[in-house]
Structure formats: C-alpha cells, structure tokens
Design a protein around this ligand. Structure first.
Ligand code: SAM
Ligand code: DTB
Ligand code: SF4
Length: 328
C-alpha cells in the first residue's frame, strides 16, 4: 500500500489499476491493520456514524428464465417461490411511502427478468420510478439486462441507480450461471453508466468461490471508471431447492474482510451490507460497519427471503450509536 500507512496520500486513494496481488495482500492483512486502513478511507469520504436504509420490493416475482444457482426465483429450480403477477403502480407507491416513513431513503424495485422487454410492463416500471421520485426518495431498479435505449428511458423517468451485480470473479461466473456471461453483465453496466443513472454493482459470498474469485470481483469493480456509486456485498441466502441451498454458511470474518477490502479499493462508494443479515449476529454486523459498510436493506423482506425488519434494525443501530442517513 502507501509508504506511510497511517497517512495515505489522498490523491492515491481512488485508483482504477489495482492488481489482484495488491487486493489480496490487503484482504489478508491482520484484522486490525485491515480495519484501520478501511477506517482511514471511510472517514475521509463518509460520515462513519450514518447508515443509509434502503428498501427492496419485488415487483415481478419468480418464473425467471435464467439459471442463477443461488436464486429462488429461477424457473429452473423447485423452490417455494412461484411466479406471481406484476404489481400495480399503486401497490408499489404505497410500499415506497411506508418505507420512507420507516426511514428509508432509497427504494429498490426488482423484477425476475432475464432482460427488459419493451411494452406495457416496462412502461409501468417507468411510471413506478416517476412516482417513487415524487415521494422524494432515490429510486433504484434491478430488472436484468438492458439495452442503451432502455437505460436512457429509465434515466429520463428519473431513476437514481440501477443494480446489476457481477456476483463473483469472471472465472467462477460460469460455475454459477450458464444462461448469460460476464460480458453481458459488463455491457449492461456500460449502458447504465452512459445513461447518467448511477451504478449499483456487487457480489455474493458463500457460493463455493475461492478467495481469488472474491479478489477478482473487487479488481473488476475497481477497474470500472468511475467506480460504482454503490456496492452491495451479499452473503448467500441458502434457499432450499436451489443448487446452492446446501452450501455451508460463510465465515463472518470473511464477510468483514470482504467489506473492508471493498472500502479500501472503492473508497468513495457506498458499501451495502446486503443479503444474509438475518443469519448474522449483532457483533458481525458491528464489525461490518467498522469495516466501512454504510448501508443496509431494511424491512421484513429482501426480494423473496426474510430480512431482520425495522424494529430489529432500529435497535441494532441504536446499540451501536449509528443513525440512519437522512434523505438528500
Ligand atoms: N433478475 C435481475 C438480475 O438478476 O439482475 C434482478 C433481480 S436479482 C434477484 C438481484 C440480485 O440478487 C442478483 O444479482 C444476486 O446478486 C442477488 N441474489 C439473488 N438471490 C440471492 C441469494 N439467494 N442470496 C444472496 N443474493 C442473492
Ligand atoms: C443485491 O445485491 N441484493 C438484493 C438487491 N441487490 C436486489 C437482493 C437480495 C436477494 C436475496 C434473495 C431474495 O430475497 O430473493
Ligand atoms: Fe432471474 Fe435475477 Fe434470479 Fe438470476 S438472479 S434467476 S436473473 S431473478
């Protein structure tokens, strides 16, 4: 890292040329060194005592043609999640209003689609985006692959962010998903960036990937220029019926190391401690905040799986002396 680790050169902090070796050395440094370096960056670019609350809503659940091995919504696997109808704009606005009243400043709408198809459903998504923006919230969508024109239409509707995860490093990707490739993902991210919508892109831990795949994911993210504004780090939610349903849980310290490493190589980005919190102790989550996580998903549900819920999270933040980030 820098010549004086206690006083890093600010000019050198935001980089797009990280190597796997450098990232792995950071990841594998002693936990106190790792957390200290992460805190230096965190405090330079963010308020270390504020956490953004975001709420997810699945606007089109299940029946997805993709075969992502982690996902309960894929039509390829027998899970308890079935295909449901596309939500109405009013239902979504009501959920967004409730989320806002519970302290969320970002509302994220997810659809179990491989890619967006133009037509009445996409028009309805655009309407949902406009309505969420009218509530004074950030609006985020995650709808699968987009083309240039669809990204532009989302931007015109006022979309704040588009979530499109790379999930893991390029070498491990084909082990997890066979119905699309890494390049497809990168292309959509490029269209989002060009449209002016901010980029939300991260990954999942616990799918059987090796450390080199986690490091490669961070390298790919850090080579995006500009960096994604938001980086969700998910711990796999192991859902019965999916090919990854029987994976062992991720070691909590590995989650902390990944978050701290993300904070160091992506110092300006919002790092979101995303799926998997229902199985994490207060202590693990506390370490994740120390490591530089500054956003969580709030509410009882992620897209289809449970999340700790508002009362639990209020108590968690209170206990740690953290407070929700206010809307801008
Ligand atoms: N269909 C769109 C897509 O895949 O881009 C959007 C919805 S998809 C459910 C959004 C993200 O949720 C995925 O990219 C994946 O990273 C994450 N995800 C899905 N199932 C998960 C699970 N069981 N555990 C952790 N993260 C998961
Ligand atoms: C992200 O990285 N995690 C969220 C959000 N982006 C869309 C989704 C997590 C989904 C967990 C499984 C489920 O609830 O279906
Ligand atoms: Fe479909 Fe997205 Fe689930 Fe993959 S992660 S199966 S694309 S909903």
């Amino acid at each position: 890292m820098e010549s004086d680790p206690k006083n890093p050169d600010p000019e050198a902090l935001v980089r797009h040329d990280w190597t796997d070796q450098e990232i792995q050395a950071i990841h594998d440094s002693s936990l106190p060194d790792l957390l200290f370096q992460a805190q230096l960056r965190h405090r330079r670019y963010h308020d270390p005592n504020k956490v953004q609350l975001c709420t997810l809503l699945s606007i089109k659940t299940g029946g997805c043609p993709e075969d992502c091995s982690y996902c309960p919504q894929s039509a390829s696997y027998e899970t308890e999640v079935g295909a449901e109808k596309f939500l109405e704009v009013e239902e979504v606005v009501e959920a967004a209003r409730q989320a806002r009243d519970n302290g969320s400043t970002r509302f994220c709408m997810g659809a179990a689609w491989r890619e967006v198809q133009e037509g009445p459903h996409f028009d309805r998504v655009l309407e949902m985006v406009r309505e969420v923006r009218k509530l004074g919230m950030e609006a985020c969508c995650t709808l699968g692959m987009l083309n240039r024109d669809q990204a532009r239409q989302l931007a015109e509707a006022g979309l704040t962010a588009y979530n499109h995860n790379l999930d893991t490093g390029p070498d491990y990707y084909p082990e997890v998903i066979s119905t699309r490739n890494y390049q497809d993902r990168l292309r959509t991210l490029e269209y989002v960036r060009e449209s002016g919508v901010t980029v939300c892109c991260g990954g999942i831990l616990g799918m059987g990937e090796g450390l080199k795949d986690r490091v490669a994911l961070l390298r790919v993210l850090s080579h995006l220029d500009p960096h994604p504004e938001s980086v969700p780090i998910n711990a796999l939610v192991r859902v019965k019926g999916t090919p990854l349903g029987n994976r062992p849980p991720v070691d909590p310290i590995e989650i902390v190391r990944m978050i701290a490493s993300a904070r160091i190589v992506l110092p300006e980005s919002r790092v979101r401690l995303s799926a998997g919190r229902s199985e994490m102790s207060t202590e693990t989550q506390a370490l994740c905040f120390v490591a530089g996580a500054n956003s969580i998903f709030s509410g009882e549900k992620l897209l289809t799986t449970p999340n700790p819920g508002d009362a639990h999270d209020r108590a968690l933040l209170d206990k740690l002396g953290l407070s929700p980030l206010n809307g801008s």
